[in-house]
Ligand binder design. Structure first.
Ligand code: NAD
Ligand code: IPM
Ligand code: MN
Length: 360
């Protein structure tokens, strides 16, 4: 039976970067003899235009029936009127909730070619290698919202169970890495953070091999810049994770580089680059597809259980950047397509090397 990947290109550069990721997945399938079936569905602004809703029922149903979902980006100035009744971003939030993908993994390493675009000095970037685990389906994003003529409110609520499941994911991930977990909160002010910290403290007893530290979110924003190399796995609630991971992306040199995997309890996941629809460069063929391609690698690893294929795609991307096939956000003059083709070229040459080794 073939694997069903629901494809949600979305708005702006979303279709450009998802097309790149699909081409890479098709090459992976051809090289290894896998069979991937893609079905494409609208989400975000383009869905509002066509159906009046940011997450049409057919899109939701296809995602729920799929093995994995690959998404580009949603939103743009056309749909950004603050008085609009429906917004593209609501579609993404509703999809995350429908899929139950409460743990959003955002891994970060700094490619040497991108380092010069980082605001940090090169010596600060050595050995930076961490994974952010952002809680994705709770907190202030999903709490009750009220609006009066001269006031508004957003409720931030977390149950202990919601906190526990994402913390367990982070502890488990830390165990597979360097066994260090940084839990980010604002426990000096927020009640939800005090529950968060107490839950982390309780779970720590079950993971004695993982060193747990707590950081307040404001000082964490600073520490990401002053000692990024000291972090291994970082876990936080939804809004703090949103903000800190864009900061982390700047450390890596470009927002266009970072992938994400959103996971729940089962193998199905939602995979998307962390960047948005980049309206300023949409339609020009110059968007950096690296974040989307790396997201496709995470899809292979976490939803399809193909770690070797995932690793091969990641190293093909790394090699393509190594040889200087860079889009303008990284100071290059190459197109989205050129980088994608370079990645696919490296996939094929790796497989030729593997075949030669197997024959020898
Ligand atoms: P953005 O991430 O779209 O763009 C920020 C800056 O980074 C822009 O200068 C853009 O050109 C650049 N950039 C982003 N991705 C790039 C890539 N792959 N290659 C090269 N350059 C890239 O953020 P924004 O401008 O604040 O938001 C635009 C829209 O996207 C908004 O409607 C926002 O809500 C939406 N958004 C969607 C998602 C998502 O779908 N997951 C994420 C963030 C923002
Ligand atoms: C992200 C985005 C989304 C978020 C928006 C578009 C709803 O910024 O994926 O990081 O805030 O989660
Ligand atoms: Mn964000």
């Amino acid at each position: 039976m073939s694997t069903h990947i629901a494809l949600l290109p979305g708005d702006g550069i979303g279709p450009e970067v998802t097309a790149a990721a699909v081409q890479c997945l098709e090459a992976v399938a051809e090289i290894h003899g896998y069979s991937f079936r893609f079905s494409e569905h609208p989400i975000g602004g383009c869905a509002i235009d066509a159906y009046g809703t940011a997450l049409p029922e057919t899109t939701r149903a296809a995602c729920l029936a799929s093995d994995a979902v690959l998404l580009g980006a949603v939103g743009g100035p056309k749909w950004s009127d603050p008085r609009a009744a429906v917004r593209p971003e609501q579609g993404l939030l509703a999809l995350r909730a429908a899929l139950g993908v409460y743990a959003n993994l955002r891994p970060l390493q700094v490619h040497p070619r991108a380092a010069q675009f980082s605001p940090l000095r090169p010596e600060k970037l050595r050995q930076v290698d961490f994974v952010f685990v952002r809680e994705l389906t709770g907190g202030i994003y999903f709490g009750a919202k009220t609006r009066e003529s001269d006031a508004a409110s957003d409720l931030c609520r977390y149950s202990e169970a919601e906190i526990e499941r994402v913390l367990r994911r982070a502890f488990t991930l830390a165990r597979e890495r360097r066994r260090k977990l940084t839990s980010v909160d604002k426990a000096n002010v927020l009640e939800t953070s005090r529950l968060w910290r107490a839950t982390a403290q309780r779970l720590a007893a079950e993971y004695p091999d993982v060193a747990l530290e707590h950081q307040l979110v404001d000082s964490m924003a600073m520490l990401l810049l002053t000692r990024p190399h000291s972090f291994d796995v970082i876990v936080s609630e939804n809004l703090f994770g949103d903000i800190l991971t864009d900061e982390a992306a700047a450390i890596a040199g470009s927002l266009g580089l970072l992938p994400s995997a959103s996971l729940g309890d089962g193998p199905r996941g939602l995979y998307e680059p962390i960047h948005g629809s980049a309206p300023d460069i949409a339609g020009q063929g110059i968007a950096n597809p690296a974040g989307a391609i790396a997201s496709a690698a995470l899809l292979l690893r976490y939803s399809l259980g193909l770690p070797a294929a995932a690793g091969a795609l990641e190293s093909a991307l790394w090699l393509a950047l190594d040889e200087g096939v860079l889009t303008p956000d990284l100071g290059g003059h190459h197109s989205t397509t050129a980088l994608t083709e370079a990645v696919i070229g490296h996939l094929w040459s790796q497989s030729a090397v593997d075949a030669a080794v197997a024959r020898a």
